[in-house]
Write a protein that binds this ligand. Structure first.
Ligand code: NAG
Length: 772
């Protein structure tokens, strides 16, 4: 009887409310960015068809709508909002004045969920957290089979660490459709980011309709299509060539984007570049420049660009004020970005109008003229009740009184401006430039340069060393920037943004004290599933396996360690011809190498390799792990891995920042390798690089000498390689063969060109000296 009764009872129980008895633990919670505080409580809440949202105003129902839309797409449910308090199975919103801006409290209980906040963003973020507590399938864009929408009971109190949590998209270098912009804004809100910086103007395209100056978009938004050529290899188009690549946003498009952003708690900050990075405007209205010479909209790189607005003519300022009047009518943002970066001022030095302006205003340099320019715009912008913000170059020659600064050339600009009492947004290239590589260069699509993997973005902190408490108060927050020279498609844009945006969101939202890479990594898998459902082409670069070699000079052994960015990963490997399958060895410690060896490795999931396979051959040779004495010391800037670097079997790559190269500036290289015993040898090969842009040249001569006592050396061969013009990046081995002989010491000398054709000091870069 007892059994039957329990059965019957449970039927009743499940019948009226198919409630699960799932027990949750902390490891089931993957919310990104990590909430300030979270307490797991016994019990859970189960969403079903009849769950309702109890709302009191528009803001609350707009926040509720985000989740209603999710359930509609993923389950086909039509969840309702109601304005009277239901008895059970509902989400309620409560306005609570004592919660800080954008903060929220989320309480999940068996039968009711309560979100408290003081503003729309807070309610929205409460909903976003709720969304992330639900299974990843809630992100599905098509109806999926019914699953159980159960979440743990929790008590969360959360608020942002910074008020400016931004992402910049460059839509000038490549144009992106309005729909993609809205999608990106929606994804910002998903990550609790609240600022979208819209880089609308640059040399290669003017992207916003200005009614008073129609040519800006008739002419300035279009360029000669050279998409088949690399950005830096594009020619300057002729004036009569037909421009076909481009696009722009009409004022209606902009209104739509701004309204959409508002519904996602995102402020759109427009950037109207000045005085440089504006060839597109000058192509439209040549009178805006000093030379007044017609120019085409450039199709790509070709830096430096000298086209610049004339700072002498008043008509330039009238134009810019007119433009800004239309811009400010479209964008309610408190901040108006005026660019200000990288102004090449050579035209100003020659221009009679600019010279007159400098005399009249008693300006001593063109830097002061730029400062005059920005100050004048700042007066205009602040007269309209807005705040000017610009790249850190606006500090040069004196900063306008009310201006805010965006620090991009490292953190210096932020330190300086905040010391002067100005507000700053930190966006140093090192951590915040999403046009940088996020994995090893040879495994990634072409990027601008630099290396900012997700783990490095995660370390970003807008408050930097050396800032006083007073200065820190001026830090509004941080921002990621995606410059689009190399980004031609939406899917590539997504690839560069995700998952780095997740790391950025935690860096600018969560308390510093909770920053923990291991913990963050453990939450990534879950957000990846969400990205998959959202159809985002996110980068999996964090899974890419890389190797690191260590030389133990005492025992002469070389070990190769394998890693990827995530600390907990099942890496397995196979050596030489062994297959990389279920028989592969699980990687637990560095692999010892004592002969030429090929290592293949991969991450494994369910006993199968997943993602890119790592494969590298380590060429063993007679000098591996032997002692190297430097007769001339390498530069402190390029030390490679220190003393053992030259003989650690890992070769420097075309990326001269890869940490493998040792380099000498102006000096010649001279070093001696002690093979410890008299060893039979017949070849020495010296790896070098040439990249004349950054002043790296091949040695003009490499010579090898041998000795048995370490004192008297005999030359066994040398190679001369006189200077040649050589664009691009080239690797070269200087390989010297000689009669087989026994020697203990090998001395290698490499001569530096010392001075380049254009008078610069030159580098030699050397890595791996191979002795056979
Ligand atoms: C800088 C330029 C930008 C360019 C980017 C590439 C700023 C403020 N200015 O040279 O126009 O696209 O870097 O990383 O970043």
């Amino acid at each position: 009887l007892k059994v039957v009764l329990v059965f019957a009872l449970s039927l009743i129980f499940f019948g009226c409310n198919t409630k699960e008895t799932k027990v949750f633990t902390e490891s089931d919670i993957h919310v990104i960015p990590k909430p300030e505080s979270l307490k797991l409580i016994e019990g859970n809440f189960q969403f079903n068809k009849n769950t309702v949202f109890y709302v009191a105003d528009k803001a609350q129902s707009a926040a509720a709508q985000i989740l209603i839309d999710r359930f509609k797409e993923a389950q086909g449910w039509e969840l309702k909002t109601v304005d009277t308090q239901p008895k059970s199975n509902y989400i309620q919103f409560k306005t609570s004045e004592d919660i800080e801006d954008e903060g929220y409290k989320l309480m999940v209980e068996n039968d009711v969920i309560t979100i408290q906040s003081n503003d729309f963003n807070g309610f929205l973020y409460g909903i976003q957290t709720l969304r992330q507590l639900l299974p990843p399938a809630i992100e599905s864009q098509t109806k999926i089979a019914d699953i159980s929408w159960v979440i743990p009971n929790v008590e969360i109190a959360d608020k942002p660490r910074f008020e400016w949590r931004g992402l910049m998209l460059d839509v000038s270098r490549h144009f992106f459709q309005k729909e993609y912009i809205k999608k990106t804004i929606d994804r910002l809100a998903f990550h609790k980011m609240n600022t979208f910086h819209f880089h609308l103007i640059d040399d290669q395209g003017w992207r916003i309709e200005i009614k008073k100056y129609p040519k800006l978009t008739e002419v300035g938004a279009w360029r000669v299509d050279q998409e088949d050529k690399p950005w830096d290899g594009r020619y300057t188009p002729k004036l009569d060539e037909k421009a076909t690549y481009g696009g722009f946003y009409t004022q209606d498009d902009i209104k739509e984007i701004v309204a959409y952003a508002e519904s996602r708690g995102v402020t759109v900050v427009p950037e109207i570049e000045m005085p440089a990075h504006v060839t597109s405007a000058i192509a439209s209205y040549p009178d805006l420049s000093c030379l007044e010479k017609p120019v085409p909209v450039p199709s790509g790189g070709l830096w430096p660009i000298t086209d610049i607005y004339c700072a002498g003519k008043d008509s330039t300022f009238e134009f810019l004020e007119d433009v800004l009047v239309e811009v400010m009518a479209l964008f309610p943002s408190k901040y108006i970005h005026v660019g200000g970066d990288e102004a090449t001022k050579t035209n100003w030095e020659k221009c009679p109008h600019c010279k007159k302006r400098m005399r009249d205003e008693q300006l001593k340099s063109v830097e002061e003229l730029q400062s005059y320019f920005i100050k004048r715009m700042e007066r205009f912008i602040s007269s309209k009740g807005r705040v000017l913000i610009g790249w850190d170059e606006i500090l040069e020659g004196g900063l306008a009184p009310g201006a805010a600064v965006m620090s991009w050339r490292g953190v210096k600009g932020g330190l300086e401006a905040s010391a002067e009492g100005h507000d700053v947004v930190m966006t140093p290239g090192t951590h915040c430039y999403f046009d940088h590589y996020q994995g090893p260069m040879d495994t990634e699509p072409l990027a601008w340069g630099g290396h900012s993997p997700v783990s490095k973005v995660y370390q970003f902190d807008p408050i930097v060393d050396g800032m006083s408490e007073e200065q820190a108060k001026h830090v509004l927050g941080g921002q990621a920037n995606l410059w689009a020279e190399h980004i031609t498609t939406e899917s590539h844009s997504e690839y560069m943004i995700f998952p780095r945006l997740a790391a950025m969101s935690e860096a600018v939202w969560s308390p510093k004290s909770s920053r923990d890479w291991v913990d963050f990594s453990s939450r990534m898998e879950n957000i990846f599933k969400r990205y998959q459902h959202q159809g985002i082409n996110y980068a999996k670069s964090a899974y890419t396996i890389t190797s690191e070699t260590e030389v133990d000079e005492a025992t002469n052994t070389i070990t190769v360690s394998l890693k990827n960015e995530f600390p907990v990963a099942d890496i397995r490997y196979a050596l030489n011809d062994a297959p990389l399958d279920e028989t592969a060895t699980t990687y637990t410690k560095p692999i010892e190498i004592n002969s030429t060896t090929t290592i293949k490795a991969s991450l494994f999931e369910d006993n199968k390799p997943v993602g890119k396979v790592f494969e590298k051959t380590f060429n063993y040779h007679k000098a591996v792990g032997k002692k190297v004495t430097y007769n001339t010391k390498y530069s402190d800037s390029y030390k490679g891995k220190g003393a053992g670097n030259m003989v650690n079997i890992v070769r420097g790559t075309k990326n001269f920042h890869d940490g493998q190269w040792q380099a000498w500036l102006v000096k010649d290289m001279e070093l001696t390798i002690d093979l410890e015993d008299e060893t039979e040898i017949s070849n020495v090969s010296v790896g070098t690089m040439e990249s004349q842009g950054p002043s790296i040249y091949f040695p003009t001569q490499v010579e090898v000498l041998v000795s048995n006592d370490g004192k008297s050396f005999t030359s066994v061969g040398k190679i001369d390689r006189p200077y040649k013009n050589n664009p691009g990046i080239t690797l070269k081995d200087f390989s010297i063969d000689f009669n087989t002989q026994k020697a203990r010491f090998v001395k290698v000398k490499a001569k530096n060109l010392k001075t380049s054709e254009n008078g610069n000091d030159t580098w030699i870069f050397v890595d791996e000296i191979i002795v056979r």
